[in-house]
Design a protein around this ligand. Structure first.
Ligand SMILES: [Fe+2]
Length: 224
């Protein structure tokens, strides 16, 4: 957490709290869903959304906090071995928290259809057409072996959109450098209760609830 010491210049007593935050850290918290658990029905049912958000995402958040606490202790002791051994837990649970936080906002009960404006122009430029883009991201997501994510990301160096797949909870930007715009969770916990083992049917349905306004605003911000 970044401290703003300049604002504490009015009196020496006011310095205590800001300096205190140099050694403390806010715990990560589960963000609220921007809609009800049943709002994405019939495409994603309420039971899936409730478990996915309140159990799966919550577990990543809790385990990230535990791992960070242990990491803080290891840092304080100068225990490099312990620091290294905690890195997989931070990657997995930190990735899970980052990915799901993006995912909830990428979806909306008023979603679906096609993007507009600059994002649509970029999709046409980089994939030929929206239909072609949709087909490619679907294929990449369906093709993830085991658990993982399909992504539309922005390659800032090259100034273009890219599709990528990530295994497990590997976060897109932390592992590939691409800035995440749209993530599709293809872990079985995201669809099994409704679609059983038929991942392609889940992929077909999810396009009806994609929040293109959210994806477009992510695109606009990462281009700045
Ligand atoms: Fe998930």
């Amino acid at each position: 957490m970044l401290c703003h010491l300049a604002s504490a210049g009015r009196s020496s007593a006011k310095l205590v709290a800001p300096l205190g935050c140099l050694v403390s850290r806010q715990k990560h918290t589960l963000p609220d869903l921007p809609y009800d658990y049943g709002a994405l029905e019939p495409h994603i049912n309420a039971e899936i959304m409730q478990l996915h958000h309140s159990k799966h995402h919550a577990t990543y958040v809790n385990n990230l906090n535990v791992a960070e606490e242990k990491y803080k202790e290891a840092l304080a002791k100068g225990d490099v071995t312990a620091q290294v051994s905690l890195q997989p837990a931070i990657k997995f649970n930190g990735g899970g928290h980052i990915n799901h936080t993006i995912f909830w906002t990428n979806l909306s009960p008023n979603g679906g259809g096609e993007p507009k404006g600059e994002l649509m122009e970029a999709i046409k430029r980089d994939f030929g057409s929206f239909a072609n883009f949709k087909e490619k991201l679907t294929a990449v997501s369906v093709g993830v072996q085991g658990s993982g994510w399909g992504w539309l990301g922005y390659n800032k160096e090259q100034g273009r959109l890219q599709i990528a797949a990530c295994a497990n909870q590997d976060p897109l930007q932390g592992t590939t450098g691409l800035i995440p715009l749209l993530g599709i969770d293809v872990w079985e916990h995201a669809y099994y209760l409704q679609y059983k083992n038929v991942r392609p049917d889940y992929l077909k349905a999810i396009w009806n609830v994609i929040n293109w306004e959210n994806v477009s605003s992510r695109y606009a911000s990462c281009k700045k």
